[in-house]
Design a protein around this ligand. Structure first.
Ligand code: FES
Length: 206
């Protein structure tokens, strides 16, 4: 990949559509979707040229664009594998076993955190809270979230990806959305609703 970057004609149209969503004078607010668009065009990472190009399009100093690109872990500034495995290791995920998940990734992929497999298929990273703590531990792979992951399910997911399959995302334990782990915890017994006699209007109580 070259450091030079230019949006394709198709993506330039998409970029213009993103910019048009913001009011006059606020076009710089499109910096995040434009970085994402550039990253997708460039195989998952942002060369310096993309930062410069976006800065020019939005009339920003390149350092301002770079500040955004370096703040969010979703933007990558160096080449990555075809699949990016981002394991959340912030406290809720850590308390629920993210150390074992990271270990399973290292074992299945034969690489460490921050590394890419020699075949260029996988990059492993640790990230901060992915915003889905209720189903911790959480692993983001490409554009999908895998939740309630443990060492066994993580290894299974990686093996499926190696075979070129797309494993089912979401909870790996069958939890429904963010329902309590292990099923309902409240209102599990019979609920008796007592009928309430309504007094007739206008009739004073004796
Ligand atoms: S701490 Fe892992 S998703 Fe929030």
């Amino acid at each position: 990949m070259s450091e030079h970057f230019e949006f394709t004609a198709e993506n330039m149209e998409k970029a213009k559509a993103f910019i048009a969503r913001y009011p006059e004078g606020r076009q710089r607010s499109a910096v995040m979707p434009l970085l994402d668009l550039a990253q997708r065009q460039n195989g998952g990472w942002l060369p310096d040229g993309a930062v410069d190009s976006i800065a020019e399009i939005l009339g920003m100093a390149p350092i301002r664009v770079l500040e955004v690109a370096t703040f969010y872990s979703m933007y990558k500034l160096s080449p990555v594998g075809k699949h990016q495995i981002n394991v959340c290791t912030t406290t809720p995920c850590w308390l629920r076993g993210s150390d074992e998940v990271v270990h399973a990734c290292k074992k299945s992929l034969g690489i460490g955190v921050g590394e890419t497999t020699v075949d260029g298929k996988f990059t492993l990273a640790e990230v901060e809270c992915a915003g889905a703590c209720v189903n911790a531990p959480v692993v983001e792979i490409d554009d999908e979230y895998y939740e309630d992951v443990d060492a066994e399910s993580m290894a299974r997911i990686i093996e499926a990806l190696k075979r070129g399959e797309k494993p089912a995302s979401g909870s790996q334990t069958g939890r429904q959305t963010s329902a309590p782990d292990g099923g309902p915890q409240t209102l599990t017994g019979d609920v008796t609703v007592k009928s309430v006699k309504k007094s007739k209007p206008g009739k004073a109580k004796e």
